[in-house]
Write a protein that binds this ligand. Structure first.
Ligand SMILES: [Zn+2]
Length: 240
């Protein structure tokens, strides 16, 4: 165990009951969430809480609970936890071809001879790769943009891997590009920009994933745009 981890663990176990008392309302100062955080009796614990609270969707109260849980874990479990986070940053790569996160310079999907090398599905992030892979209905390759064009969020064309996509299509003689970006204004803007860039390949087929009624939805509750697209993009019965 690192010295800092040792200090972190030993110093604050003794203060844990005090913190729990605050959370349980046994301290008069604990009448607001802000005071709960301010009353943490350790700067080191407070620093850890603040760092954990920087994670998406994690508030200060949850961060405190996670920090206290880590103090309760065994030394080996704590070391495994820290080790996993350290390796996450040091040992993962962005695939040199599709920009998906991978343990190797070329990800398993790109290096698989079983995948159709002539189709590229363009997605925003790795979560979409996982979602599409979970369907078991797609056998082509991917291209992860790393976001969508969003001036309000400061994300421009240069922040995404669009130029790398164009280079791939040219080098790999791709036959089809599937645009599978979010159905938002930013996603549509990015779709339009990519489609224009791909016009330089006259033989390339550019498609987008179907948008329509979700499985199990009632038509009367669907919005007009979704229902309208479903009618326009209808498919032969039996095709799913
Ligand atoms: Zn890859």
């Amino acid at each position: 165990m690192l010295f800092e981890q040792f200090v972190f663990k030993k110093v604050f176990v003794s203060n844990k009951q005090f913190v729990f008392n605050i959370l349980l309302g046994h301290n008069k100062a604990a009448h607001s969430p802000l005071l709960v955080i301010m009353d943490i009796p350790s700067k080191i614990l407070e620093t850890a809480v603040n760092e954990i609270a920087t994670l998406p969707g994690v508030g200060k109260r949850s961060a405190l609970r996670y920090a206290l849980h880590l103090l309760d874990t065994s030394d080996s479990d704590f070391a495994a936890f820290i080790g996993a986070l350290t390796r996450l940053k040091s040992d993962t790569h962005y695939c040199s071809r599709c920009h998906c996160i991978s343990d190797t310079p070329l990800c398993p999907i790109c290096s698989s001879p079983k995948r159709n090398q002539k189709i590229i599905c363009v997605v925003e992030n790795i979560q979409e790769v996982m979602a599409i892979e979970n369907t078991g209905r797609y056998n082509g390759l991917y291209h992860v943009l790393g976001g969508v064009i969003s001036p309000l969020d400061g994300i421009g064309i240069g922040d995404l891997t669009i130029s790398q996509l164009i280079d791939r299509v040219a080098a790999e003689q791709t036959e089809e590009v599937i645009l599978a970006l979010p159905t938002t204004m930013e996603g549509d803007t990015t779709n339009i920009y990519i489609d224009r860039q791909l016009k330089q390949f006259p033989d390339l087929k550019v498609t987008t994933i179907a948008r329509g009624i979700a499985i199990g939805d009632n038509l009367e509750y669907a919005d007009e745009i979704t229902l309208g697209r479903s009618i326009v993009n209808r498919v032969p019965f039996g095709v799913i």
